[in-house]
Design a protein around this ligand. Structure first.
Ligand code: ADP
Ligand code: MG
Length: 370
């Protein structure tokens, strides 16, 4: 069931030549956790603020729970919003900070107490309830800000980069907390982040934005495994997908992708078919670092798709090693077994798992085949 809906939503700020959001269409179901992700300036906050009612919609329609909300004030839309720069009242304790919004709307004291107790319990703030913000850590303060939003019992929670002021370790912890909160509340969440890992770990579905235009709306695993275009392919995943220019050459009834003088991959019949019309042209081959390896077993299993390259950089990350090398002018990465003996300067035999190869149209940047 559609719960939040954006129909052909456009936003052009006064004085700007370009639209900040163009033809945004999205239906969100009740209880979903939707993440908006994209680089800085791509229109994430603008879209969220239009849903919240803090920013006017230039064109199009927004519905929440079957009601058009374009002309409703934020407080009448059934939303609660958590910002990156949340401000707690410094002179109030944790429980007073959480209760403040409820007091403001004249909620009976007994009900306030019940809701504050519940929020404090859900967010694990019991031992801090009498403390003031200056005596809390960043993560605890962020939880108080969440508490203020959840006691208001709204239909939709909107969050704009709520974790970006926290250090890396805390961000990972709070990510888990937010995920648990969503499980407990089963409320609809719309969450803005520029961090693809955060979007991938939190979202039940993710909206990838670039220059105010939706690139793909999908589950984390579909975004990862079947990106629609070059932008999504490059944005989702770390280290980034290798994206290598290749010349399409006919070889018998099949097609070969020539990435350099020494690196060529002949595609199986089905994939070859999709590339027939590209013979003589340049396409972009996409392959994730974990689908290129140097260990004997992997190389033997993919013996038809091997190549040699000189290792330029060796990065040990603990559970894995990233090897960097060049294919023609492109620096590529292979995420390999940490037991690899390959070191900078070595010429190494790699293999590609071409079942996991993507090919993109260089002009339109759209996928040709996965
Ligand atoms: P994001 O949250 O993805 O970083 P924003 O939604 O804040 O991006 O911004 C999208 C685009 O709209 C940017 O080009 C930004 O400069 C512009 N923009 C944002 N807010 C305003 C504003 N109040 N007035 C004019 N332009 C704005
Ligand atoms: Mg923003």
């Amino acid at each position: 069931m559609r719960f939040v809906s954006l129909k052909n939503v456009n936003k052009q700020y006064k004085g700007n030549k370009k639209k900040s959001v163009t033809d945004f269409n999205l239906d969100i179901e009740k209880g979903e956790f939707i993440a908006f992700v994209g680089p800085s300036g791509c229109g994430k906050s603008t879209t969220l603020r239009m849903i919240a009612g803090f920013e006017e919609v230039t064109e199009g329609q927004i519905e929440i729970d079957d009601k058009v909300v374009n002309d409703l004030l934020p407080r009448d839309r059934g939303i609660a919003m958590v910002f990156q720069n949340y401000a707690l009242y410094p002179h109030m304790t944790v429980e007073k900070n959480i209760a403040f919004g409820l007091k403001n709307i004249k909620t009976p004291q007994e009900e306030i107490n019940k809701k504050v107790d519940w929020a404090i319990d859900v967010l694990g703030l019991e031992e801090y309830r009498k403390r003031k913000p200056k005596n809390l850590s960043g993560g605890q303060r962020q939880r108080v800000a969440l508490g203020r939003a959840i006691v208001r019992n709204q239909k939709v929670f909107l969050m704009d980069e709520p974790l970006s002021n926290l250090d890396a370790k805390l961000r990972v912890q709070m990510r888990t907390e937010i995920s648990k909160l969503h499980h407990k509340l089963q409320t609809t969440f719309i969450y803005v982040t520029h961090d693809q890992t955060e979007a991938m770990t939190l979202g039940t579905r993710i909206v990838v934005l670039k220059d105010g235009i939706i690139q793909q709306v999908d589950t984390p695993s579909n975004l990862y495994n079947t990106p629609n275009n070059l932008f999504v392919a490059g944005f989702i995943g770390s280290p980034q997908m290798n994206l290598i220019d290749a010349e399409v050459v006919q070889s018998g009834s099949q097609v070969t992708l020539k990435m350099s003088d020494t690196v060529s991959i002949t595609l199986p019949a089905e994939k070859s078919e999709k590339l027939k019309s590209y013979v003589g042209k340049t396409v972009v081959v996409g392959i994730r670092p974990e689908d290129i390896k140097d260990d004997e077993e992997f190389v033997a299993a993919h013996a038809d798709h091997t190549f040699e390259a000189q290792v330029k950089v060796y990065e040990l990350l603990g559970a894995e090693v990233n090897l960097h090398y060049d294919i023609a002018q492109t620096t590529c990465t292979a995420k390999v077994n940490p037991r690899t003996t390959a070191r900078p300067g070595d010429t190494v035999k790699f293999a590609m798992d071409i079942a996991r190869l993507h090919v993109f149209d260089k002009e339109t940047e759209q996928v040709i085949t996965h």
